[in-house]
Design a protein around this ligand. Structure first.
Ligand code: ATP
Ligand code: PAF
Ligand code: BAL
Length: 288
């Protein structure tokens, strides 16, 4: 497995693969890899000849007062895991390699319809930062396939829309949410939790699952939704969460509110334990 920091070395390797008629996938990450990331690499490996994993904590997608400085950076351990899995290339540029122009930077705008609610509302500028770095990575790596996780559902939709809107010839794959044994969605930020918070955290998925079951079992979910949503919110607070940022039931495509199960929808939830925000979601497929 090659580990390259600079764009020239990356391009030299890609040129060889291109000349040999090979296909490759990109799995973009911010590092501190866990089994969720590794599952995306395995998914990528089943579709192409070679897999590139990028590891870059992107300053553009962090807001004022967010955890950019403290975000865990564990490159050596990440590379060990990727090597064991048979990954072919790790691209881990410095910030100055990816953003060499001090003080100015052209940006890609995320679709405002998809990006203005939920994470976009709570983290202004976040999705413009995400799509800008993903666009740069796509231009640099020119992958045939790119893989993202369902855990960051809104991010998935925003990137899917960008790829379609800007006509990138890239096949996108969505990897399912990898969970711990107690069903907590794996996330690098889980390590910010203390022991008490970690015991509370799995309630997020338990409450969300009950909410999904209630929707599927109800004849007129639109009537019961405000009540069951408020109840779920209350259950999270009683379980020990400090705040519920949002619980939403939205269309899988345009992320607007839905009121029945005739179209594919998704339940999104974000709740806080202390300052740590935990994301989770469950897709609801219409009955046949
Ligand atoms: N539990 C998971 N299962 C599957 N994919 C995941 C999981 N967690 C993250 N991913 C995906 O891995 C990719 C890189 O995400 P990232 O490096 O931000 O990891 P993370 O664990 O989500 O970190 P953070 O705690 O910062 O949200 C994204 O496409 C993300 O959706
Ligand atoms: C897609 C991504 C790697 C862009 O920095 C990041 O938002 C993430 O890790 O989900
Ligand atoms: N996994 C999403 C990236 C972020 O929170 O910045």
């Amino acid at each position: 497995m090659q580990v390259v920091q600079d764009i020239a070395a990356l391009r030299a390797q890609l040129a060889q693969w291109r000349q040999a008629g090979k296909t490759w996938a990109l799995v973009p990450t911010m590092g501190n890899l866990h089994a969720g990331h590794l599952s995306l690499v395995s998914l990528a490996q089943s579709h192409v000849d070679y897999v590139v994993v990028s590891i870059f904590v992107n300053p553009l997608q962090f807001g004022e007062g967010e955890d950019f400085a403290q975000y865990p950076r564990t490159l050596a351990a990440d590379c060990d895991q990727l090597q064991a899995l048979g990954c072919d290339l790790v691209f881990s540029p410095s910030a100055s390699e990816l953003y060499p122009t001090e003080g100015r930077q052209s940006r890609v705008s995320a679709d405002p319809l998809l990006a203005s609610r939920f994470e976009g509302a709570l983290r202004p500028g976040h999705f413009d930062g995400v799509v800008t770095v993903v666009a740069k990575l796509f231009n640099l790596v020119q992958p045939h396939v790119a893989v993202f996780g369902q855990k960051d559902y809104q991010q998935w939709r925003v990137i899917q829309a960008m790829v379609a809107d800007l006509n990138w010839p890239i096949q996108l794959l969505k990897g399912p949410i990898a969970r711990d044994t107690d069903d907590l969605a794996l996330s690098s930020r889980n390590q910010y939790l203390d022991a008490t918070q970690r015991r509370i955290a799995p309630q997020l998925y338990q409450v969300l699952s009950k909410l999904a079951q209630a929707i599927v079992a109800t004849e007129h979910p639109m009537i019961s939704w405000p009540g069951v949503c408020a109840k779920a919110q209350q259950e999270l607070i009683v379980a020990g969460f400090d705040e519920v940022d949002y619980i939403a039931w939205v269309d899988q495509q345009d992320l607007t509110d839905v009121m029945d199960i005739t179209k594919p929808s998704v339940l999104l939830v974000v709740a806080r334990l202390g300052t740590t925000r935990l994301l989770d979601n469950i897709e609801i497929i219409p009955p046949l």
